[in-house]
Design a protein around this ligand. Structure first.
Ligand code: PHE
Length: 369
């Protein structure tokens, strides 16, 4: 500890010189310890007071305390200054730009075919139809036979069928005998019409058990169907909705009313609707239903192939032979059935010209729905 004749040399100059060199808080902390810490210069100076002649003690003590106050407040000031400096340095050097927009959180969405499937279901549910389900792996009986398409019936050629090698299904390995031979009784259903048979059979069995007559029916059957077909309007897997209404007094007029009402609701506009004679083995008479082409206002375009009409579904009055097959008395019951492809309706609703877009999983396509 330096002393002059009065017993003390001020620490101020030295301190201020050192303070001027401080560049950060860490350095400031050491500087503070060196001057006013427990083993600091100021503390040491105060300890020398006892060794001084009593007449000097008061003055020197006061000087040391003045220095101490000055040092303390200078340190405090420097501390604040450094803090501000460090914050602004952090802001300017930081790599985080808080003004940038946040990351877009990608949420999944409904597939366009599912959107339209739900819309179609909603329309029929609003008309009082219930919903039925059936297996996608079907037997020849439900898919063809009971729908008035016995083996070798030419109408089977209307739908190219995926047959399932039953040896493979039963044993898990294709037998040498059956390898390459896929013709069998088990298949992937080619249409949802198979559900008509399953539901009617079930209801007949139930009513027999309860000793009452078979009930009237009003249901739709949405689901996947499979055909060996692939081009810009066909995929091997697609979706259909089947409809069946059975009672003792159902007429073709009822069929017309239900389908015309449905088409206006699902396409959300007043549409010309045309019932064209056609053929299905399971309906008699049969019809194909066309809607007026809304792309060209029926003047003829690529989509309606210049005809002004777009085919949208198949329908007809339930063939009495089908009623007979499932045990509904054809003398007593009548009804109508219809079936339509959901992909086709979706393509028309959204103006999509290639069905394969639905199954390629391209997000640039799917994000638009
Ligand atoms: N099942 C027919 C098809 O897939 C459609 C249809 C259903 C026709 C019901 C008439 C009655 O083409």
């Amino acid at each position: 500890m330096e002393t002059n004749e009065q017993g003390y040399t001020s620490l101020n100059d030295r301190f201020l010189e050192e303070l001027g060199l401080i560049k950060n808080t860490a350095e400031l902390i050491t500087l503070r310890a060196r001057y006013i810490g427990k083993n600091g210069y100021v503390t040491a100076a105060l300890k020398t007071l006892v060794g001084l002649p009593p007449e000097l003690r008061g003055n020197v003590g006061r000087l040391i305390n003045e220095d101490k106050n000055l040092i303390t407040s200078a340190l405090k000031e420097k501390e604040e200054e450094l803090k501000k400096l460090e914050i602004s340095r952090k802001i300017t050097s930081s790599k985080i730009d808080i003004t940038l927009p946040g990351y877009y959180k990608k949420a999944g969405g409904r597939h366009p075919v599912s959107i339209v499937m739900r819309e179609v279901i909603d329309v029929f549910v609003s008309m009082g139809f219930s919903i039925e389900d059936g297996p996608e792996v079907e037997t020849d009986y439900y898919n063809f036979e009971a729908l008035n398409m016995p083996k070798d019936h030419p109408a089977r050629d209307m739908q190219d069928t995926f047959y399932i090698n039953t040896d493979y299904v039963n044993t898990g390995t294709p037998s040498a005998h059956n390898a390459g031979n896929t013709e069998g009784d088990v298949l992937l259903r080619t249409h949802t019409s198979a559900v008509q048979i399953r539901v009617m059979q079930r209801e007949v069995a139930k009513s027999k058990e309860m000793q009452r007559s078979a009930p009237p029916l009003r249901f739709i059957a949405p689901g996947k169907v499979y055909r060996r077909d692939s081009d810009i309007t066909h995929t091997p897997l697609f979706h259909q909705i089947e409809g069946l209404m059975v009672d003792t007094d159902i007429s073709f007029a009822n069929l017309k009313a239900v389908l015309e009402g449905f088409l206006q609701l699902v396409f959300d506009r007043r549409l010309p609707v045309r019932f064209r004679p056609s053929f299905f083995p399971f309906t008699e008479p049969s019809t194909e239903v066309d809607i007026g082409c809304f792309f060209c206002k029926q003047t003829g375009c690529r989509i309606c192939k210049g005809t002004g009409w777009i085919e949208i579904l198949g329908a007809g009055m339930v063939n009495p032979k089908v009623f007979q097959m499932v045990g509904y008395d054809p003398e007593h019951y009548c009804g109508f059935a219809f079936g339509m492809g959901i992909e086709r309706i979706t393509m028309l609703k959204y103006g999509i010209d290639d069905i394969r877009l639905f199954y390629e999983g391209d997000l640039r396509f799917l994000r638009q729905f």
